[in-house]
Design a protein around this ligand. Structure first.
Ligand SMILES: Cc1cc2nc3c(=O)[nH]c(=O)nc-3n(C[C@H](O)[C@H](O)[C@H](O)COP(=O)(O)OP(=O)(O)OC[C@H]3O[C@@H](n4cnc5c(N)ncnc54)[C@H](O)[C@@H]3O)c2cc1C
Length: 432
């Protein structure tokens, strides 16, 4: 007789583990299935982890969890071939508990988080791939794994299997991605002495710093590069929309090499030693790409439900929040007599859309597609801004009014200026 659980969660990333933890804490008999050797062994992230959503699950987790550094400064770099205009916010309020966010290495963090779910009573099995959902009479009743006699049953199956959710696809919840709905990202973890990191990035103790790098970092294609500080390593990576990479025949690892050798960025990683090379997809289609998230006996969470806010590089927090909302819905459905049909579980969809997750995805619903369609924000306006900064800050005896006039003339003809004003207005509209 195949084993039966109250809930089976597929995938021990932030979404699945948050769900399993919350269920187990409430006394629900939950099985968490992970295909990797251990949770996190295959997982990739830039890696900023937001404190609030994790703290809601395990208060003051950062006192125990393997976090790297708490972030006190966020820099935004507009990169051209030989220049950068940088905006930065450094806030010492972020240097104090409970902190704002942290850098993490997923291989360590996911494992720790899953251990906490196990301590609450969840059963974790690693090195097990879920091949398909078992559907009987139009309801998901379990999963078929790659283990011998590997059919397992449950009242509800939660799909937390990440961006390319083959399981949600096989249920017909979403179609194959279009290349303008996903970004392909590659990154390296580079070993660097702790003291050098602190000196190079103006940090003290466990303070950390993040760089988001736009423009020439992706050679004008919609995407970003990043550089984050860990304890004794830095993460450097670049991600660009698959459609842009295909169109411009760019290879992501070539872009990463370009970023690492960029004259403005190179000094930050000088003397580093490569520790790891990672590649992964990011679902960036936003609100319009969200699949169906609830069915009879099944709920979809995290990246599998495309819950990523590409504008603010938020994903892990949305994954966790959705995992908790799925767990809360299941707990409530159990208390109300155990209606695990699509209708009985629909509260998850409603709560998700009403939460910050749904609201933020809706707010930016047209942003990615807009910037994808009009790449000149990256390949034209950023270089223009950098040239203007260079003009203004080069002291060569030219009166400032003359410099302003030159900058204005460099913006082009009246028609070009009008188009630029229209573009900036459109950008404001899709971001407001
Ligand atoms: C390069 C990169 C940089 C990023 N940077 C950030 C950042 O700085 N901050 C941020 O918040 N977000 C970031 N994100 C997004 C973030 O990583 C994701 O949104 C988040 O990991 C989603 O969590 P998840 O649990 O839904 O999916 P995942 O973390 O992908 O976890 C899915 C899990 O399911 C397992 N699995 C998959 N299929 C099966 C199966 N069939 N059977 C069993 N197990 C299975 C996988 O092994 C994995 O453990 C980044 C993403 C990438 C790729």
């Amino acid at each position: 007789m195949a084993e039966k659980f109250d809930v089976i969660v597929v995938g021990a990333g932030p979404a699945g583990t948050a769900c399993a933890y919350t269920l187990a804490k409430a006394g629900v008999n939950v099985l968490l299935i992970e295909r990797g050797e251990y949770p996190g062994s295959k997982n990739v992230m830039g890696g900023v982890l937001y404190r609030k959503m994790m703290d809601d699950i395990i208060p003051e987790f950062y006192k125990e969890a393997p976090v790297e550094r708490h972030i006190v400064e966020q820099r935004f770099m507009m990169l051209d071939q030989e220049s950068a205009v940088t905006f930065s916010y450094k806030g010492l309020e972020w240097d104090q508990e409970p902190y704002n966010n942290f850098t993490v290495l997923r291989a360590k963090f996911d494992q720790w988080f899953a251990d906490q779910a196990v301590k609450q009573g969840a059963l974790l099995i690693n090195e097990t791939v879920v091949r398909e959902c078992i559907v009987e009479n139009g309801k998901v009743v379990g999963v078929r794994t790659d283990r011998p006699e590997g059919d397992l049953y449950a009242d509800v199956v939660v799909l937390a299997d990440g961006v390319n959710s083959l399981l949600a696809k096989s249920l017909g919840f979403h179609k194959e991605f279009r290349p303008d709905e996903v970004a392909l990202a590659v990154m390296e973890v580079l070993k660097l002495d702790k003291k050098i990191i602190e000196d190079r990035f103006s940090l003290e103790g466990n303070q950390g710093c993040t760089f988001e790098i736009f423009g020439d970092s992706t050679k004008g294609v919609l995407g970003t590069a990043w550089l984050y500080t860990n304890k004794d390593s830095v993460n450097i990576g670049v991600g660009a929309m698959l459609s842009g990479l295909i169109k411009h025949k760019m290879k992501p690892y070539e872009l990463l090499d370009y970023v690492k050798n960029h004259p403005v960025l190179r000094p930050y990683i000088q003397g580093c030693e490569q520790q790891e090379y990672l590649a992964h997809l990011i679902p960036e289609g936003g609100y319009h790409s969200m699949p169906r998230v609830v069915g009879n006996g099944v709920i979809v969470v995290g990246d599998a439900a495309q819950l990523v806010n590409a504008i603010h590089r938020e994903g892990s927090n949305m994954a966790m929040a959705s995992g908790v909302m799925a767990a809360d819905t299941i707990i409530q459905a159990r208390e109300l007599g155990g209606d695990f049909s699509e209708r009985g579980l629909d509260n998850y969809r409603v709560n998700l859309l009403n939460s910050f997750v749904g609201q933020d995805l809706k707010k930016y619903k047209d942003a990615t597609h807009h910037f994808e369609k009009f790449p000149h924000y990256f390949d034209k306006y950023i270089p223009m801004m950098n040239r203007a900064a260079s003009q203004m800050f080069t002291i060569d005896g030219t009166p400032k009014r003359e410099k302003q006039k030159k900058i204005w003339n460099d913006l082009g003809s009246a028609g070009e200026k009008f188009r630029m004003a229209r573009d900036l207005f459109q950008a404001w509209r899709v971001m407001k």
